[in-house]
Design a protein. Structure first.
Ligand code: PMP
Length: 418
């Protein structure tokens, strides 16, 4: 890459989206003979060459199982895997690598916390506060825990614009509230609850807090120490990294006190049929052979993002959101759900008289990839009395031209449906 057009320059005055796009090979491909317009990064983001090459390099020259081998290749792989953990630690401002547990993704991380923290710290009658914005991944694990323990789930509603109702949240908090689990950014609407304030208020009644950062970490820098959340979870595949790898951040003293989530190799100090001693965190929560190359690939995705100016990315995404909100909002019969600010570059909408699936199919023929349906967030769809929406979710590589392509595609949908 030529340095004059490099997206890697720090503090570049203008975010060079064309240079960034060249780092993502898939963005140069076509769908149905049309250039790909990828507007589904909220579901899973595309990967830069640096991530693809890092994974290939592991398998070509640096792969072996970790933590076990005395031979050099195993030590190289172990160092790279643990190096990725240290990159995650620095990326989110955790106090030590021991606070970073690699999981399969956000879903597994939340299940781990519900199951393990729940077993150790929660009992029948304790209240867990969620919001109506939550992804199913931050609802169902708590329902499973309710079946096991008899905890009570309380739900914070949203207003007509999709904003988290702080007044209702305040009303729900009480001495029985033991845990609060909320999303940093709604994947279905894009709206962003004020998590710092939510955490502060939860701590005020002695409750621990998990922040679902699956969408949030993609759009803004995160500092878990400044936030003071007890747990923070995210997925590599939405952060321009590989699939199959995610992160659970937990405060050390909490992870220390939590029992294992799964048993197996690599999470023990010693095993006999009479008694097994567990390893300290994070190993305690990483039973079995982990996705080694994917963890290293996540480290490469973090390096890639660190090489960019994240404030410039945020400004670029804000411009995309403003352009999409204005352009789509002007299409007759189009209704946007989730208008409250702040919000991430996600636009969820319906078009009068046209089923979201038909819209998605017609757009696909224009080369435009959007998500349609309930977005694994049925409660918030129900809140607005709709079965689903069309969702355009933007990544750092999207352009204003692509917003225009989406709008033209939607105008075509309107013509077809008359
Ligand atoms: N929470 C949110 C807010 C999400 O957007 C998603 C993914 N759509 C998840 C949780 C689940 O993430 P994963 O499927 O990577 O485990």
């Amino acid at each position: 890459m030529n340095s004059a057009s490099s997206p890697m320059r720090r503090n570049a005055p203008v975010f060079d989206v064309e240079a960034v796009r060249r780092e993502f090979p898939i963005l140069g491909t076509s769908v149905h003979g049309k250039p790909l317009v990828f507007l589904d990064s909220g579901a899973s983001a595309q990967k830069p060459r640096a991530v693809i090459e890092a994974i290939s390099r592991v398998y070509e020259t640096g792969y072996a199982n970790i933590h076990r081998g005395v031979y050099q290749l195993s030590q190289v792989a172990t160092e790279a895997y643990e190096g990725a953990r240290a990159k995650v630690q620095r990326f989110i401002g955790a106090a030590s690598p021991g606070e970073i547990v690699f999981t399969k993704g956000t879903t597994e991380a939340i299940n781990l916390v519900a199951s393990s923290y729940g077993a150790r710290f929660l009992k029948a009658g304790d209240e867990v506060v969620l919001s109506v914005l939550e992804h199913h991944a931050n609802i169902v694990p708590w329902q499973l825990l309710r079946e096991r323990l008899g905890i009570v789930i309380r739900v914070v509603p949203v207003d007509a614009g999709g904003a988290f109702r702080m007044d209702e949240y305040e009303r729900l908090l009480n001495a029985r509230t033991k845990f609060v689990a909320v999303t940093q950014t709604s994947n279905a609407l894009g709206t962003m609850p004020p998590v710092a304030e939510i955490i502060r208020m939860a701590h005020g009644v002695g409750a621990a807090v998990l922040i679902d950062g699956a969408q949030g970490i993609v759009h803004e820098a995160v500092d878990v120490k400044a936030l003071d959340c007890d747990f923070y979870v995210f997925s590599g595949h939405k952060l321009y990294g590989p699939g199959g790898i995610g992160v659970l951040y937990g405060k050390e003293r909490l992870l220390e006190a939590m029992p294992p989530y799964q048993g197996g190799g690599d999470m023990i100090l010693s095993v006999s049929f009479e008694k097994t001693e567990f390893a300290p965190p994070p190993a305690r929560f990483e039973a079995g052979t982990p996705p080694i190359a994917d963890a290293i690939g996540l480290g490469a995705a973090i390096d890639f993002l660190n090489g960019l100016d994240r404030l410039a990315i945020a400004a670029h995404e804000a411009a995309l959101l403003d352009a999409a909100s204005a352009r789509l909002g002007a299409i007759p019969g189009l209704k946007i759900y989730g208008t409250a600010r702040p919000k991430a570059a996600i636009v969820s909408f319906t078009l009068d008289g046209v089923h979201p699936h038909d819209i998605g199919t017609i757009l696909d023929h224009e080369g435009i990839a959007v998500r349609v349906g309930h977005h694994c967030a049925q409660p918030v769809m129900e809140r607005f009395g709709i079965p689903g929406t069309v969702r355009a979710s933007f990544g750092l590589y999207n352009t204003i031209d692509e917003v225009e392509a989406l709008a033209r595609g939607l105008e075509k949908v309107r013509e077809i449906f008359g």
